[in-house]
Design a protein. Structure first.
Length: 309
């Protein structure tokens, strides 16, 4: 029996489905009835793999339902677009996107991963909301400096409101953590490391659920802290980091700025690299990768920092 691969393009109102190798296409409404019909259709197909793009939350309910019916992977949209360009598919419609997703599933076969439960999704949403509020505060603060007095007062009122919202969101985050014994245990474990505070731990737990389940090379690549080669023929360019999950990389960078001052093992590692002639920025990224490796080992082995380091 031939293997079947399904791609689902998720929009606010519709779910477009592409099927390989048959090339069939279907459309369902993105509501409770439509999702139920989609799941029933997928059960009939018995696919090897179903692939969806991460679309800012619209895919969450669909992916959760599909994961019960078949192996399901939620993938990075940029990877899919790069794949489409590499295969010469430049046009973009919902139907074509679903077909590309099905082809992506067939050719690359991304690994299905367990989907977050309701508690994990709540924590992820709260962490993301806090980050959005902080970004808005920074933007408004920049506008305030250039604004005329009347407008400046309005901006200041908005900044005050945003800061109150941050406080409320952090209170909700505390409640979400306390409701889950597993989340609380992981947070306590990670916060045993000097330089790793509540924002860092909650961002990592929410945005990097793979922490503790991957190798040190895999977790560094996932966060975007693994140097990528830049070589061609006889040319040997400098390696640099890129890609990965920006939220995780940002909080790891901020945690490392603190760790190189107050965490003796990380500080010693950073100092050794600088003394060996490495640029400070390169040494800082290497220290961030070292710190991430330690945090990964701590969750994997369930051991506090003193033992993991």
């Amino acid at each position: 029996m031939d293997e079947v691969f399904v791609g689902v393009d998720v929009s606010k109102t519709h779910l477009d489905v592409g099927i390989r190798p048959s090339g069939d296409a279907r459309r369902f409404a993105n509501d409770a009835k439509g999702i139920a019909a989609l799941v029933a259709h997928v059960r009939e197909l018995m696919p090897t793999l179903v692939v969806l793009e991460a679309t800012g939350g619209y895919e969450a309910a669909v992916a959760a339902e599909l994961a019960v019916a078949a192996p399901t992977a939620v993938v990075n949209p940029k990877q899919v677009r790069d794949f489409a360009k590499a295969t010469g598919r430049l046009a973009k419609t919902d139907v074509l996107d679903a077909a590309v997703l099905a082809l992506f599933a067939e050719k690359l076969r991304p690994e299905p991963r367990p989907l977050p439960d309701a508690q994990a999704r709540e924590l992820t949403d709260l962490v993301q909301r806090r980050r959005q509020l902080m970004d808005m505060i920074v933007a408004e603060t920049n506008r305030e400096q250039m604004a005329q007095p009347r407008v400046r007062k309005a901006i200041q009122r908005h900044i005050t409101w945003l800061r109150n919202e941050v406080t409320r969101t952090e209170h909700d985050l505390d409640g979400a953590m306390k409701r889950s014994d597993a989340w609380r245990a992981n947070e306590d474990l990670l916060r045993s490391v000097k330089g790793v505070g509540p924002v860092v731990t909650r961002t990592l737990l929410a945005r990097l659920p793979e922490l503790g389940s991957l190798s040190r090379h895999q977790i560094a690549a996932l966060v975007g802290l693994a140097p990528v080669n830049n070589e061609s023929g006889s040319f040997r360019g400098k390696r640099s980091i890129r890609g990965g999950r920006a939220d995780g990389r940002t909080v790891m960078y901020m945690a490392t700025l603190s760790a190189v001052r107050y965490n003796p093992p990380i500080c010693a590692f950073y100092t050794r690299l600088v003394d060996a002639g490495k640029p400070k920025k390169v040494a800082l990224i290497a220290a961030a990768r070292k710190l991430l490796t330690v945090l990964n080992a701590m969750l994997r082995d369930r051991r506090p920092f003193a033992l993991a380091a």
